[in-house]
Design a protein around this ligand. Structure first.
Ligand code: ZN
Length: 163
């Protein structure tokens, strides 16, 4: 496993559309393993492949609602259902030091494949639902800053996670 460099705002890769994963091979497994290590090392809660310069539809995220927290691997993920709406604080590993309020669902269901190509569904509440949305948007070249309703002065930050 190896740490990958996380690209930051201004890098064109972050604005591109990622392609569907078709081959569930060693190369994909290495990418996912590296992304897991990179996310763990970053202190963030989610990481999408384009953030490490790979334009493939792959996401790793921490399900912080589980005890202990569980790292989830999502290949070709799609948010298929969402409920509720709340104004939450959001940040992004690719936009370091910037936090703002965005509106996100309070609950979401995602459909994705695992690293072997098996389809599954997973539900998430609160920050996990937020993370499902944030990460799948990365796969379409979107950053959370497009959705920020109000930026937060970092001096007054009381938490918030980077995705
Ligand atoms: Zn992000």
């Amino acid at each position: 496993m190896a740490l990958r460099k996380i690209l930051t705002e201004g890098d064109e890769q972050l604005l591109k559309h990622s392609r569907k994963v078709e081959k569930f091979d060693d190369r994909l497994h290495t990418l996912i393993d590296d992304m897991r290590e990179t996310l763990e090392n970053s202190g963030g809660v989610g990481l999408a492949a384009p953030q490490v310069g790979i334009l493939r539809r792959v996401v790793v995220l921490l399900d912080v609602n589980k005890e202990p927290e569980e790292m989830v691997e999502l290949v070709n993920p799609e948010v298929i259902e969402q409920k509720g709406s709340e104004r939450v604080v959001e940040g992004c590993l690719s936009v370091p030091g910037v936090y703002g309020y965005v509106t996100r669902p309070t609950w979401a269901k995602i459909r994705a494949q695992d690293r072997f190509g098996n389809w599954f569904e997973r539900e998430g509440e609160g920050i996990v639902a937020q993370c499902f949305c944030h990460e799948t948007e990365h796969l379409d070249g979107h950053l959370f800053t497009e959705k920020v309703e109000e930026y937060i002065d970092p001096e007054n930050m009381q938490g918030g996670d980077e995705e």
